[in-house]
Design a protein around this ligand. Sequence first.
Ligand code: SF4
Length: 653
Amino acid sequence: MIDIKVAKSAGFCFGVDRAVKMVYNELEKGTKVATLGPIIHNQDVVNDMKNKGARVIESVDEILPDETVVIRSHGVGKDVYEKIKEKNCRMLDATCPFVSRIHKIVSEKSAEGYTIMIAGDESHPEVQGIVGHCSQNYIVFKDNVELKHFFEKNQNFFGKKLAFVAQTTYNIIVWKKCMDIIPKGCPDIVIFDTICNATDTRQSDAAELAKSSDCMIVVGGKHSSNTVKLYEVCSRYCKTYHIENADELSFLQLPNAVKIGITAGASTPAYIIKEVQNKMAENETIITNPDEEVFDEAAIDKSFKKIHTGEKVTGIVQTVNDAEISVDLGTKHTGYVKLDDLTDDPSKKPSDIVSVGDEIELIVVKVNDNEGTAQLSKKKVDEQAGYDKVVAAKENGEILEGTVSRVVNKGAIVNYLGVRVFIPASQSGLPRGAELEQLNKQKVEFKIIEVDEDARKKRAVGSIKAVRDAQKEEAKAKFWETAEVGATYVGKVKSLTSFGAFVDLGGIDGMVHISELSWKRIKHPSEVVSVGDTLEVYIKDLKPEENRISLGFRKAEDNPWQIFLDNYKVGDVVKAKVVSITSFGAFAQIIDGVDGLIHISQIADQKVENVKDILSVGDEVDVKIIDIDPESKRISISMRALLSDADSEEDAE
Ligand code: SF4
């Protein structure tokens, strides 16, 4: 038993189907129709149209005054349109939108000074039509071999602006080989993959089927370029036959095949494919591919679906090059996204953002129904998502994170997912008068405090200060939960005043009074600490209702008076340094922070008229501790007592 399978996609493509329908519609209305060349490469269809009154003409000169001329899906050059206009006759343009897109590309790129490099068959009407839209230089090359020779012979072309396009029915494998020859990373070379996906799909489906078949039958006009290419593709994998219709089956000498595949060119009507199937099925089993492409009305309606500027659509990435990507929208529009519409990031290439096969959401920027193209933007979708997120963040107080892109006159700008968030200087979280420049290129956290209601503007106002204030409040609340007298903290000195030092305890400030900064008497806190110093402090007193925290810094064990009491007693003899002189005596330092008084009567064993006659500041003298008054923290010391002691010792001897 022979199994016969039909390729997933085979037969009329969108462009041909559209052109054929256009002609039949006019014929039904009784219009006198002249097609400029056969409307499709299928003699049966052409004959049927002729029988219904259509004429096939070869040039504009042949158009009769009462005829409507139809331009077929291959398209024509600009000069032909002009001639038709001069003739002042009615015209129906059935140029396939995919072909019109190439016309637009070559026309624009020619105007920009590019040499147009066309991959295709120069004798094919579609290529001739494309050439007719190049206002400047163009080169047509058949394949990768010709392209290679061309570059070898014309080395000077490497520095030129080159724009590559392909005939819509060009072989995708040969196209890829051509791409390998084109120098990479050259900014003056732009490549537009203009191979129609109908062709692409037919070729890949045919190749897929040919790989698992013993033989393939390709149905289509002998002059149909896409049918010939299907034949070439299938021939790589198995014995392949090219027939125009079911009648030719009887002339074939099929090998002893058990698996036979059928595919058909883009200009082969469905009924001819069916006839081939039926004829083969007379004696054999036909297994129609369960996924076989059928002309179901819904699918065709979908493909004709209108899309509108601003609409959100979903597409599947078809091709990715350095300048743009193309996207299948499931409609007959060729969707494309320019690099500028993909991302704001100048360091990124399209291939960094999407891959072939990715399903992505896009916003329609511009639709050209005549040309069947739709300019799309991914960036706008991202921006919309960013705007929605910003609006939600304002509602729920969410903290967002972004990098400051630049500092402007009165604030800083953060670009958050395409939304321009302005952070006024007053909301920067910096002290008044501080340089905003320090925020530039910094990652910052901010809250949204205002959003422009006009969503198209994608603008909002943010506040870093709001985040910091909230963080401070949180830290404060946490502090008060655990704060108690005696608790110790390590904090940084934030500021100094004449009466003390303010220390940041982590979101809340406490004050160390000047008297608490040192055991010694000081005139200003700066004698002991500086802004930025790290101090270990403890809570001396708390007044939560007033938000006041008094801190202690002096430690009991460092108290010089205590150290003195622990180490000295009445009767001890010590060395003391005279630190000041008064009329009634001299003060001498016993240890750091503790002075004793040598009363004038205790300086010598005779009457002293003037202390300065005997002592000077800085003198080091031996003294005896003769009294300690802990209450008043007064110490009396005596030089005379030592003299008396010495006398007593002498007397004893
Ligand atoms: S093969 Fe593609 S480009 Fe050619 S007519 Fe069909 S849809 Fe249009």
